[in-house]
Design a protein around this ligand. Structure first.
Ligand code: PLP
Length: 423
């Protein structure tokens, strides 16, 4: 097995990698869907329930104080991880999807009017499309699509053309259309495209348009700095950054917090409850009704500390090396269509492809027989798949424990697909 110094160091931290699937070592290449968990994250969950379990903020006894500290320390750790310590607040949610729905319900919906527009890109995950559709439908607003580039060599296939975005904003100004938000992913969960978020935000802000960044894929793959990016909102999920399921992060810039209505009503988010009306706690508690996911925050904190100890730059470099290897190997075959940028500088380690004349589900099933886990389908991006002129694709996506041998294994198993389904 060809392990880089990073994989050699980290593979032993992930108990699941000892598993065999159909008599073969597990080659887990579905990290865009969810990541595996290091022992420190699993231990944190057990440790919380064995030693600290209590509800937060509602007791003055030791366990309740410990649980509250764990929860609030987690908030601080996450804020540091994404460079948010001074610029805004961290709100905990159940995941990226809930974080985006929170902004759709608590921030944009109350202010949307008929004729308003929300700009989304053609590469968005359904989680960053459907909440805006729902908000728009109640007010007569509409979604405008920033198209992906399918031709220009300069910008790269599957990328976003910044000039096109400027034109959309200028056209909207000419006809006095209110653009209320740009919702854009930092990394595409299909094309692997890495979008230039800081530049995009600068253009959007110069036209008075706030920006929500979907960092579901980016958070595990590169350093994030919300203060430098200057985005208004940013969302990601714990389970995609080696943490537990059921925990998500929403970053909100300080100046946007005042514009937000409560998302859900209940305990913990109020200051005073009267018979007919109530007043609200300050942010972030105002947006965290009910008993929060304390154990999950503890697990997420362990994941963030684990990633920070390794270093996000090193993780990004490892992914670049794996992606380079995969791009070179893919280029050997002319019956393999890869979607997304070919240029390593504008893509990440999420690679979707099709093998000519073989259905993606068949490919995924054959790969599973050799212990390889990849995803097949539309990956919650039906708008993008339609734009690409396909209904489904196979997706291989890297995590920090993957190595080049696993990519080579996948490539050789594609041969078996050809033998089974074509020849
Ligand atoms: N956005 C992107 C780019 C994603 O890849 C995903 C999940 O695959 C999501 C949003 C939704 O994340 P979750 O299901 O954890 O809420």
């Amino acid at each position: 097995m060809q392990n880089s110094p990073l994989t050699a160091k980290v593979r032993k931290d992930f108990p699941i990698l000892k598993r065999e699937i159909h008599g073969h070592p597990l080659a887990y290449l579905d990290n865009a869907a969810t990541t595996q968990k290091p022992k420190c994250v699993i231990d944190a969950l057990v440790n919380f329930y064995e030693k600290h379990n209590s509800n937060i903020s509602r007791g003055v006894y030791t366990l309740a104080e410990e649980a509250t500290e764990i929860y609030e320390d987690g908030r601080e750790t996450v804020a540091k991880f994404i460079g948010a310590a001074d610029s805004g607040k961290i709100i905990f949610s159940r995941g990226t999807t809930e974080s985006i729905n929170l902004i759709a319900a608590a921030w944009i919906q109350p202010k949307l009017k008929a004729g308003d527009r929300i700009i989304v890109t053609e590469m968005e995950h359904h989680s960053n499309l459907v909440p805006w559709q729902l908000a728009a439908q109640t007010s007569g607003a509409e979604l405008l699509y920033w198209p992906i580039n399918l031709e220009s060599e300069k910008s790269g296939i599957g990328s976003l053309d910044l000039q096109k975005f400027e034109e959309m904003l200028k056209d909207a100004t000419k006809i006095k259309q209110g653009i209320r938000l740009l919702a854009v992913t930092a990394v595409s969960n299909v094309l692997g495209t890495v979008n230039p978020i800081a530049e995009i935000v600068k253009i959007a802000h110069s036209h008075g348009v706030p920006v929500l960044v979907d960092a579901a894929q980016a958070a595990a793959r590169m350093p994030i700095d919300v203060a430098r990016w200057d985005c208004d909102f940013l969302a990601f999920s714990g389970h995609k950054i080696y943490g537990p399921t059921g925990i998500g992060v929403l970053y909100v810039k300080n100046e946007r917090l005042e514009e937000m209505q409560p998302f859900q009503g209940g305990g913990g988010m109020i200051r005073q409850v009267n018979r007919q009306t109530s007043t609200w706690a300050d942010a972030p508690q105002k947006f965290e009704a009910g008993t929060p996911p304390v154990a999950e925050v503890y697990g997420l904190t362990a994941a963030v500390e684990y990633l920070s100890d390794i270093g996000m730059q090193e993780i990004q470099q490892h992914e670049i090396e794996l992606t380079n290897h995969a791009l070179k190997r893919f280029a050997e075959f002319n019956d393999l269509e890869l979607y997304g940028p070919q240029d390593i500088n504008s893509r990440s380690g999420v690679l979707s492809f099709n093998l000519r004349n073989v259905h993606p589900h068949d490919v995924a099933q054959v790969l599973d027989e050799s212990g390889i886990g990849v995803r097949a389908g539309h990956h919650c991006t039906q708008v993008l798949h339609k734009r690409l002129g396909i209904v489904a694709s196979v997706r291989m996506s890297f995590g920090l424990y993957n190595n080049t041998s696993e990519i080579d294994l996948l490539i050789s198993e594609l041969d078996r697909c050809r033998q089974l389904f074509i020849e």
